[in-house]
Design a protein around this ligand. Structure first.
Ligand SMILES: NC(=O)c1ccc[n+]([C@@H]2O[C@H](COP(=O)([O-])OP(=O)(O)OC[C@H]3O[C@@H](n4cnc5c(N)ncnc54)[C@H](OP(=O)(O)O)[C@@H]3O)[C@@H](O)[C@H]2O)c1
Length: 300
C-alpha cells in the first residue's frame, strides 16, 4: 500500500486531506505537534512529532513515504511562534523529505505570495515556495485564497460577529474581493495533485468572488441578521478586532491580515478549481455558522 504523509492531520485542511487519502485506500501517517486523536481516525493514522530541531527524526518519520502533503505554517507572529520560524522549519521539512526519498510534495501556500509585499506572511510563503521549487523534489504548490467549510475560522467568525453586533464595519470601502474555496474541493484537489508527476503551481479558488461588503451582507442574509454595515476606518476596525480577541484570549484579526485583505490578495483571476458555492453552503448551514467563536490560539 502506498504511504502518504500529511502535516497536521488533526488540524483544519490536513484533516480533510488525510480523510480523502484514507478513502482512496492509501496508508497515511501524520507529522503534528498534537497528540494522537483516535476519535478522528481511530488508529488508522500513525502519528509522528514535527521535530524541526531533530531533522534526522523527521526524515525517519518520512521513510517510505511517496507523497508529503504539507500544510505547516503559522498564521501570525506570537510570543510562542513566528513566521521566520515557519520559513526555517519548512526548509528543514523539505530537506528531511528529500533525504527520506519522498517522491513528491503537495505544498499548501497562499494566493498571491510575493517577496515584495509589505506582509511577512506573504513574503514568508514566497520564500518557502522558492525553497521547494529549487529543492529538486517534484511538487505541486497549491495557492488557496480562503478556505471555508466545517471548522473554518474566517467565515465562521464573520458570522459570529454579525450575530452579536447590530452594527458591523468593513474596512475602507469594502470593495476588495474574497474568492473562497470549500475545504472538500480543496482536499480533493490536493489528493489529485499527489498522483501527478510534473511541477505545477495552482491557485485553489472557488466559483464565486465577492466584494467584502457584499460578503458581509451575504452572510448576514443567510444567518438572518439585520446588521447595519458601515465603512469603518482601519484603526477603529482593528480596535474592535483587538477587543474581540481579548475577550476570547485569541488573535481575532491582525493588521497585516487587514492589509492583505484590502490589497486584494484574497482573490485571484484564475479559473475555479472548486465547484462548491459559498452562498449555498451558508444557507445549508445557516443554523450553525457563527454560533460559537472559532478560536485559533485554543487550537494550538
Ligand atoms: N485556512 C485558510 O483559510 C487558509 C487560506 C489560505 C491558505 N491557507 C494555508 O493552508 C495551510 C493550512 O492551513 P490550516 O488552516 O489547515 O492550518 P492548521 O490546521 O491550523 O495548521 C496546519 C499545520 O501547521 C501547524 N501549525 C499551525 N499553526 C502553528 C503554530 N502556531 N505553531 C506550530 N505549528 C503550527 C499545525 O500544527 P499541528 O499539527 O500541531 O496542529 C499543522 O501541522 C497553511 O499553510 C495556510 O497558510 C489556509
Amino acid at each position: 500500500m502506498t504511504r502518504h504523509a500529511v502535516t497536521g492531520a488533526f488540524g483544519y485542511s490536513g484533516r480533510q486531506i488525510a480523510k480523502r487519502l484514507l478513502e482512496c485506500g492509501y496508508e497515511v501517517v501524520t507529522l503534528t505537534n498534537k497528540p494522537p486523536q483516535s476519535e478522528l481516525f481511530g488508529h488508522a493514522i500513525a502519528t509522528y512529532p514535527l521535530t524541526f530541531d531533530h531533522p534526522d527524526d523527521l526524515a525517519k518519520s518520512l521513510n517510505g513515504v511517496d507523497v508529503l502533503y504539507n500544510t505547516y505554517w503559522v498564521r501570525f507572529n506570537h510570543k510562542n511562534f513566528t513566521h521566520a520560524q515557519g520559513v526555517q522549519n519548512s526548509g528543514v521539512l523539505f530537506d528531511a523529505a528529500k533525504s527520506a526519498g519522498v517522491r513528491r510534495i503537495v505544498h499548501v501556500s497562499i494566493a498571491n505570495p510575493s517577496e515584495n509585499l509589505p506582509f511577512e506572511y506573504y513574503r514568508g510563503k514566497a520564500e518557502i515556495e522558492k525553497k521547494l521549487t529549487t529543492s529538486g523534489i517534484a511538487h505541486t504548490i497549491l495557492r488557496p485564497t480562503v478556505l471555508f467549510g466545517r471548522g473554518d475560522i474566517l467565515i465562521n467568525n464573520i458570522a459570529w460577529t454579525l450575530r452579536r453586533f447590530p452594527i458591523v464595519g468593513y474596512f475602507g470601502k469594502g470593495d476588495y474581493h474574497v474568492r473562497p474555496i470549500h475545504l472538500d474541493d480543496f482536499a480533493d484537489l490536493a489528493v489529485k495533485c499527489g498522483t501527478r508527476q510534473n511541477n505545477e503551481i495552482i491557485d485553489a479558488v472557488g466559483p464565486e468572488n465577492y466584494a467584502y461588503r457584499d460578503l458581509l451582507r451575504l452572510i448576514a442574509n443567510a444567518i438572518g441578521t439585520k446588521n447595519l454595515l458601515i465603512p469603518t476606518p482601519i484603526w477603529m476596525g482593528y480596535l474592535v478586532a483587538k477587543f474581540v480577541g481579548w475577550i476570547h484570549r485569541d488573535t481575532f484579526l491582525t493588521l497585516p491580515e487587514i492589509g492583505a485583505l484590502m490589497t486584494d490578495l484574497l482573490t485571484s483571476e484564475a479559473p475555479p478549481t472548486g465547484t462548491t458555492s459559498l452562498k449555498q453552503y451558508l444557507y445549508e448551514n445557516r443554523e450553525s455558522i457563527g454560533k460559537t467563536y472559532a478560536n485559533e490560539l485554543r487550537r494550538r
